[in-house]
Design a protein around this ligand. Structure first.
Ligand SMILES: [Zn+2]
Ligand SMILES: [Zn+2]
Length: 783
């Protein structure tokens, strides 16, 4: 209304005619993220009157003013929301102007904020970082500095509504200065629930290996000097403890590996900044963006040749898992004289990450030389997320801190979903809860093979149900009766349960990830999953919709001698594949594999397989990778799941386009993809002295060619041109990129995962979507 005094009466009339009042209903993550102060400041910038307020489903606002100003306001609102906000939808309606003066943040009524979406934990913002290193600031070097735009959320929330009293910050009473920031709508710390300072907030402390507190005027500086000396420190972070050690100190890294009983798997590292990361690894613009994003995940980056770190950080791996600091404490710690710190989960291998100080003193005893702890409790553990950029797109390997609990929104046509709990798979477990048009995937829970992980699984389910206010009407689980998650679903619940076939769950997960509802040709490729014929599936093409499937192709069955033992000892699969291709003549093949294997044990393994003794039949893609890896002398036994396949992918060299012969036969509408021509081709190349890198490359080419040709045959029969790819094997970049191209050349539209992992960490999304639709409807197209 500025300048209205100078308007003529005609102009005044025109002005009144141009006056508009608009109501916006904003949904998404818009509470507890500084959204109302943001709207308030925006409204003032554009001279608009009205109000903003929280509602059960998000934020409602009304703005009144000139037409052009309202348009600009709306544009700015959508294009530059606060860093933690995620606008899922904005609906606008026109109202008659009220000729109101001023703009206010209206208090929300009791209980209103309950179904608000909770923000994930994100990294420290630029403003807080500047204050952290500003000697004049009252929070100079305060390791828990945060504001509305940054800091802990999901890991400290015990209940809803999101308020200080329902977080682990309730133990700390804000000092007067902090409180005045907290109550001032124009302050960056308005309603920042974890707001704290040196005077009133949490503090860090250093403890020795026995858990005794060491008195120190600056525990962080002391910790830095211990790290510089090669000590192993357990450091309490945002979602749990890390074990930290100087990554360039070879002896220290080896000691950490030995103490942690982690022999082979790569250790994640943290570096000070992007520049340091560039000295260690090759980084594309996409990767740089991901590395610096507010989620601050671990990003897999191709090592440089002369990186200067211990070779034991990531042995036999072309990649480093690198992350940048994400808490103020990390920024302070990274001031030490080390290029990189190993920052691996603070647990014994296979157990969940520790979050509690006393538990850490106990569980990490004998691993850590010192403990750097603090007194802000972590309520819910959350591991670091792991991503890799493939084909220019970030792909989740582990979706956890920074991403959870942002939901996956499902298409309008299939919502509202019946409230469902899906309990996931056995390995890389996550759970999923659905509500209206949203599917909430939990953080990474882990491999369900010990009591600690099982307890964490149960806590996560209880907690998510509470904070998301979801009362499931149905529980979805894997078809495998022996998975701990299946037993939980079947035994511990009075709700109806729905079993979902493992690979169909993968396909539905990828459909939900991409918002696809029409029938697809689903390619599910992984290590293992129980099929509906009782055999172990793992290289499957399923004609699928969201609630049904028909299996139309799979890799030829082969015995897996010793069951799970064969997955741990790839040489067993190599032996059986050779036997299938060459019979007893295999023992006369002039290849190094034959001289490596045990002449006594090998015939017994073959006999076991022939007689079907503890030798389930499998069509697993993972086991084929294992076999080839062993044949090439890469890996006869593995130290962690997927190792043989990962090393086979890494071993490729050259740009060879040659593929081994591909063939498939049809049996009752099923296409059986044959493996012996591939194995014979590989053996031929080994005998011809071709390099391991070339053979690995050709094997990848062959698999791509085979799958693409089979898909083409199915397309000719069904007319379906949409392909959806899912399963752990698609973590293999060559397979993912190569198969996508091969299928696109053959006229397919191809979809893969971007929001959730392609491995079993994404399967609960598929289970939940399937079961909630199945509970509501009757039949799918492929039943
Ligand atoms: Zn901040
Ligand atoms: Zn304070």
């Amino acid at each position: 209304m500025r300048g209205s005094k100078t308007l003529s009466s005609v102009e005044k009339l025109l002005f009144l005619l141009m006056l508009r009042r608009s109501r916006g209903a904003i949904k998404g993550i818009v509470q507890g993220v500084g959204f109302r102060p943001f709207v308030y400041q925006l409204a003032r910038r554009f001279n608009l009157n009205g109000y903003v307020s929280n509602t059960p489903s998000g934020v409602i606002l009304e703005v009144e003013g000139q037409d052009t100003q309202i348009e600009q306001f709306r544009k700015a609102l959508l294009s530059s929301p606060p860093p933690l906000a995620h606008i899922a939808s904005a609906q606008w309606t026109e109202l008659p102007p009220l000729k109101e003066r001023g703009f206010v943040i209206r208090k929300s009524q009791m209980g209103e904020e309950r179904s608000a979406l909770i923000s994930p934990d994100v990294c420290i913002c630029k403003d807080c970082l500047r204050e952290l290193f500003d000697p004049a600031d009252r929070r100079y070097r305060y390791p828990f500095i945060n504001c509305t735009n940054c800091g802990p959320r999901y890991t400290i929330i015990q209940d809803i509504p999101y308020d200080r009293a329902t977080t682990t910050m309730k133990a700390f009473q804000m000092c007067d200065i902090c409180r005045s920031e907290y109550e001032d709508p124009s302050n960056r710390r308005f309603h920042a629930q974890p707001n704290a300072c040196w005077q009133c907030g949490p503090l860090v402390a250093l403890h020795d290996a026995e858990g005794n507190k060491i008195h120190s005027s600056d525990p962080i500086l002391k910790a830095i000097s211990l790290l510089e000396q090669g000590k192993i420190l357990a450091i309490k972070g945002l979602g749990g403890f890390h074990l930290a050690v100087d990554a360039a100190n070879h002896k220290a890294v080896v000691r950490l590996r030995r103490r942690k009983h982690r022999e082979e798997k790569a250790l994640a590292i943290m570096v000070k900044d992007l520049e340091t990361a560039r000295a260690l690894a090759h980084i594309s613009p996409h990767e740089a963006e991901l590395l610096s994003s507010i989620q601050r995940p671990i990003v897999l980056l191709r090592k440089k040749r002369f990186h200067g770190l211990s070779p034991q950080v990531a042995p036999r791996n072309k990649y480093f898992g690198i992350m940048l600091p994400y808490t103020p404490l990390h920024y302070l710690l990274m001031e030490g004289k080390y290029r990189a710190l190993v920052m691996t989960s603070g647990n014994m291998t296979e157990e969940p990450i520790n979050i509690d100080n006393d538990a850490a003193f106990h569980n990490l005893r004998g691993i850590a030389d010192f403990f750097l702890v603090h007194n802000r409790d972590i309520y819910l553990r959350s591991d670091d997320s792991v991503l890799r950029v493939i084909g220019g797109t970030p792909r989740h390997i582990r979706r956890s801190r920074g991403y959870v609990p942002v939901p996956i929104f499902v298409p309008e046509s299939i919502s509202p979903l019946v409230p469902t709990l899906a309990v996931g798979a056995e390995l890389k477990n996550t759970v999923c809860l659905t509500k209206e048009n949203r599917a909430f995937l939990s953080q990474h829970i882990g491999d369900m093979e010990n009591l600690e992980t099982y307890n964490f699984f149960k806590l996560t389910i209880r907690h998510l149900q509470k904070i998301l206010e979801i009362d499931p009407e149905v529980i979805a689980h894997d078809m495998h009766p022996d998975y701990l998650s299946t037993r939980f679903a079947v035994q511990h619940s009075t709700l109806p349960t729905i079993a979902v076939q493992h690979h169909h769950a993968h396909i539905v997960s990828c459909m939900a990830d991409n918002g696809i509802t029409e029938p697809v040709l689903g390619m599910a490729m992984d290590g293992t999953g129980l099929g509906d014929d009782g055999k172990i599936w793992g290289c499957e093409i399923l004609l699928s919709d969201l609630i049904s499937y028909r299996r139309v192709a799979h890799l030829e069955y082969i015995p897996q001698p010793g069951g799970d033992m064969a997955a741990k000892q790839p040489w067993r699969m190599a032996l059986i594949y050779l036997y299938k291709a060459f019979g007893q003549d295999l023992f006369d093949l002039p290849i190094p594999f034959i001289s490596r294997i045990d002449p006594q044990q090998s015939p017994i393994i073959i006999k076991m397989a022939q007689k079907g003794m503890n030798s389930p039949l499998t069509s697993s893609c993972g086991r084929l990778f294992d076999a080839v890896s062993s044949l090439l002398g890469l890996r006869d036994k593995i130290a962690y799941e997927g190792q043989a396949a990962i090393e086979l992918e890494m071993s490729q060299t050259g740009e060879d386009k040659i593929a081994y012969p591909v063939s498939f036969r049809k049996e009752n509408g099923l296409r059986i993809m044959e493996t012996s021509p591939i194995i014979r081709g590989i053996v031929h190349d080994i005998m011809a002295g071709k390099s391991r890198g070339t053979i690995s490359r050709r094997f990848h080419n062959t698999l791509i060619e085979l799958l693409a040709e089979v898909a083409l045959d199915i397309k000719d029969e069904t007319g379906i041109i949409t392909v959806v790819m899912s399963g752990g094997s698609f973590q293999n970049a060559t397979l993912l990129v190569g198969l996508t191209q091969a299928l696109e050349h053959r006229g397919f539209r191809v979809y893969s995962h971007t929001l959730v992992p392609t491995n079993d960490g994404g399967i609960s999304l598929g289970q939940a979507t399937y079961a909630s639709l199945k509970a509501a409807s009757n039949q799918g197209a492929f039943e």
